[in-house]
Design a protein around this ligand. Structure first.
Ligand SMILES: Nc1ncnc2c1ncn2[C@@H]1O[C@H](COP(=O)(O)OP(=O)(O)OP(=O)(O)O)[C@@H](O)[C@H]1O
Length: 308
C-alpha cells in the first residue's frame, strides 16, 4: 500500500515538529518509501489528504491528535462520497487528548503504530456525517471519526482548546470540565432518531458515538463499535457540577450508564434542534466547528481503518 503521512507539527504541544527528523527516520526504516505533508492550520490536513488520495496513495496516516485525525477523515470525502472507499486511514497518535486511540487500546509508542502500519490488516470503518450551522452562521457538513456531541461537552472543548494544554491531556480536560460546568446551563433540545417522533430532552450533554471515549478518557459510550453500522448515543440529563465532582470516577470507568440521568440508544441518524432557539454548541472529535440544529448520519463502512 502506498502510504502518505499527514503530519501536524504542532500536535503534542509542538513535540511532533521538533522530533520529526527522528520520527521520519523510524517510519522510513519500517515502511520504506512514504510521502508526507505538514499541516499549517485549520482543515489543512483535509486538503492534503484529498490531494494524496487523488495522487493514488492508498493509506493516509494522521500523525497528530484527534483533531488531525478528524481533518484527515474529512479529506477522504468529497460531495458526500468517499474518494476511494478502499483507501485506509491510519494513525500515529501524537495528541494530548488521544481519545480515538483508547477505543482500540493503542498506546503512544511509535513502534506499536509502525507495527500496525506494516501489517496488511484493515477493517471496515464507519464514519459520522454531520450537517450543522458553522461558526459563521452558514450550513455546513463535517465528518467525524470518533464522537460528535453537544451541550456542556462543547463548552468544555472550547475551554480546553483555548488553553495551552500544558497541564497534559487529562488535567487540561478536568480543569476545562469544571470551568465548562460552571458556565453551562441545562438546555432543552428536540431530538428525533431514525426519522421517528420528536422528543424534547433536557441536555447536559448528548454524545453521538462511533468510538468510546471523549474528553480525554471519559468512557462515554462503553459499547460503541466502529464497524457495527450504528451510532451509540449517550444522553446525560440534569447533571450538575457537584454530580461530576463527587461521582467523576463513574464517567471515566463507564458506570455512569447506570446513573439516573443517563439514557442510551442506538441509531443511524439523529436530528437535534434547540427548543428555545438559543445556541447549543457542538464538539466534533474535540474541535468546535459550530452549533445546532444538526443532523448526524452514520455512513457504515465508508472507508477502511488500519489495525493490527
Ligand atoms: N501548523 C499548525 N500550526 C498551528 N495549528 C495547527 C497546525 N496544523 C494544524 N493545526 C491545528 O491543530 C489542531 C489539531 O491538533 P491535534 O488534535 O492534532 O493535536 P492536539 O491538540 O495535541 O491533540 P488532541 O486533539 O488529541 O488533544 C487543529 O485545530 C488544526 O487546525
Amino acid at each position: 500500500m502506498k502510504t502518505f503521512l499527514v503530519v501536524n507539527p504542532r500536535s503534542a504541544n509542538g513535540q511532533t515538529g521538533k522530533r520529526w527528523a527522528e520520527i521520519s527516520a523510524q517510519v522510513g526504516r519500517a515502511l520504506g518509501d512514504f510521502g508526507h505533508g505538514f499541516t499549517q492550520g485549520g482543515m489543512d490536513a483535509a486538503r492534503i489528504t484529498r490531494q494524496a488520495l487523488l495522487d493514488g496513495y492508498e493509506c493516509i496516516v494522521a500523525v497528530g491528535g484527534d483533531g488531525t485525525l478528524n481533518e484527515v477523515t474529512n479529506g477522504f470525502f468529497e460531495d458526500g462520497k468517499a474518494l476511494n472507499p478502499n483507501a485506509a486511514l491510519g494513525l500515529i497518535p501524537r495528541g494530548t487528548g488521544g481519545d480515538f486511540r483508547r477505543t482500540f487500546g493503542w498506546d503512544l509508542e511509535l513502534a506499536s503504530s509502525l507495527e500496525r502500519l506494516r501489517s496488511g490488516t484493515t477493517e471496515p470503518f464507519d464514519v459520522g456525517q454531520l450537517e450543522f450551522i458553522d461558526n459563521a452562521g452558514q450550513p455546513a457538513t463535517r465528518y467525524f471519526a470518533n464522537i460528535a456531541s453537544f451541550g456542556v461537552s462543547a463548552v468544555v472543548a472550547q475551554e480546553v482548546n483555548q488553553s495551552s494544554k500544558a497541564l497534559g491531556g487529562h488535567l487540561s480536560f478536568v480543569w476545562g470540565t469544571l470551568k465548562g460546568l460552571v458556565k453551562y446551563s441545562e438546555r432543552q433540545v428536540r431530538l428525533s432518531v431514525d426519522g421517528g417522533p420528536e422528543e424534547v430532552v433536557s441536555v447536559t450533554a448528548v454524545a453521538v458515538a462511533n468510538g468510546r471515549y471523549f474528553g480525554s478518557g471519559m468512557f462515554v459510550a462503553p459499547d460503541a463499535v466502529t464497524h457495527d453500522g450504528l451510532f451509540d448515543v449517550t444522553i446525560w440529563s440534569n447533571y450538575s457540577l457537584s454530580d461530576f465532582v463527587l461521582k467523576s470516577k463513574g464517567v471515566y470507568n463507564g458506570s455512569h450508564v447506570n446513573w439516573k440521568g443517563t439514557r442510551r440508544l442506538r441509531c443511524r441518524t439523529l436530528r437535534a434542534e434547540p427548543v428555545d432557539g438559543g445556541d447549543v454548541f457542538l464538539d466534533v472529535d474535540g474541535e468546535t466547528p459550530g452549533r445546532l440544529p444538526c443532523t448526524m448520519t452514520l455512513l457504515p463502512g465508508a472507508i477502511r481503518l488500519k489495525v493490527l
